[in-house]
Design a protein around this ligand. Sequence first.
Ligand code: SF4
Ligand code: SF4
Length: 100
Amino acid sequence: MSDKPEAGRNAKQEKAQFPEPETTSVHIFPEWCKGCGICVAFCPKQVLEMGKDQKAHVAHPEKCIRCYLCARRCPDFAVSVYGHTRKAEEKRNEGTDGEK
Ligand code: SF4
Ligand code: SF4
């Protein structure tokens, strides 16, 4: 007996529970960032920039394509990439001023 129909059903159920994110946000944990610039160099969309504080910053979050290259390449696990539904993103941004 094949397990294909079962796998298909599980995938559908999973998609219903975890909808495809509509927006992305990237977060740099400054206390873990050692300023090596690897994430900045590998980002294909120039989302990240090095700041005067020698830490990586998210300069253009709207350009992020959620490729995870930054998070995968960071030697100090200082980058997280999140996907959000539009509603969750609006709720998350309530009360934040977006300052670096
Ligand atoms: S790769 Fe990691 S440690 Fe290096 S600059 Fe980026 S966030 Fe900082
Ligand atoms: S997920 Fe990809 S596009 Fe987004 S900031 Fe990281 S490297 Fe750049």
